[in-house]
Write a protein that binds this ligand. Structure first.
Ligand code: PGA
Length: 253
């Protein structure tokens, strides 16, 4: 059985003080299971200080984004090497907010995925369809295109340390969660797509669900055979809410 990963995507929220307080709150209530891993992805400016706080704890640290470039004249960008140096273990790539608002194409996402791997960090590759795409029955095609862009560029073997997050755009921040069955359908599709390239990668990879996960819907989602945890936005901003989701995972191991 695969371990659970419960990851908090804090997005552009908080302050130095609030980040420290939230982290302390999470550390105080971590589930006591080796099969449930917790990860926080705070805004860039707080990563360095939080890395020091997390040293020696079981709580992992990740970034929400990264440049696809190694270094140079890219004003405002942050490289994977910088994130490694500061103590990050994971990096989210291809979040739908970045695809939609910052115009990140699947090719850029693939380049970011490879930049993360080149520094020995673990990419969390986000994929997901919009409401219009779902209604037009394009879900599988959209997911395949997003996934294949990375598989073609990086190769299936590169998914060894990667995580995939299925996040239907219509469920993000809307309070409208995919049903466990809807999510499972797409998760099993993703695993099968990966299996067509590498059975080994497909059976081992953690596929997270993201989109309005809360303490009261987490068990239903995490019970599904191909859902290995969650990427949590809104509910990751309060320690009690985030820990309730972690506890839901822990209740299933
Ligand atoms: P949400 O966000 O939990 O607030 O829906 C999830 C995400 O965007 O990763």
């Amino acid at each position: 059985m695969r371990d659970f990963l419960v990851a908090g995507n804090w997005k552009m929220n908080g302050s130095a003080a609030a980040s420290a307080e939230l982290t302390d709150g999470i550390l105080a209530g971590m589930p006591q299971s080796d099969a449930v891993h917790l990860l926080i992805c705070p805004p860039y400016p707080y990563l360095g200080e939080l890395a020091q706080k997390l040293a020696g704890t079981a709580l992992s640290l990740g970034a929400q984004n990264v440049s696809q470039h190694e270094s140079g004249a890219y004003t405002g960008e942050v490289s994977a090497g910088m994130l490694r140096e500061i103590g990050c273990e994971y990096v989210i790539v291809g979040h739908s907010e970045r695809r939609a608002m910052m115009g990140e194409s699947s090719e850029i996402v693939a380049a970011k995925f490879m930049a993360v791997l080149s520094e020995g960090l673990k990419p969390i590759l986000c994929v997901g369809e919009s409401l219009e795409e779902r209604e037009a029955e394009q879900t599988a095609a959209v997911i395949d295109a997003q996934l294949n862009a990375v598989l073609d560029a990086a190769g299936a073997e590169s998914f060894e340390t990667a995580v995939i997050a299925y996040e239907p755009v219509w469920a993000i921040g809307t309070g409208r969660t995919a049903s466990p069955e809807q999510a499972q359908d797409v998760h099993s599709h993703i695993r099968a797509a990966l299996a067509s390239r590498s059975e080994k990668m497909a059976s081992a990879i953690q596929i997270l669900y993201g989109g309005s996960v809360k303490g009261d819907n987490a068990v239903g989602l995490f019970t599904m055979p191909d859902i290995d945890g969650g990427l949590i936005g809104g509910a990751s901003l309060k320690a009690a809410d985030f820990l309730a989701i972690a506890a839901a995972a822990a209740s299933l191991v």
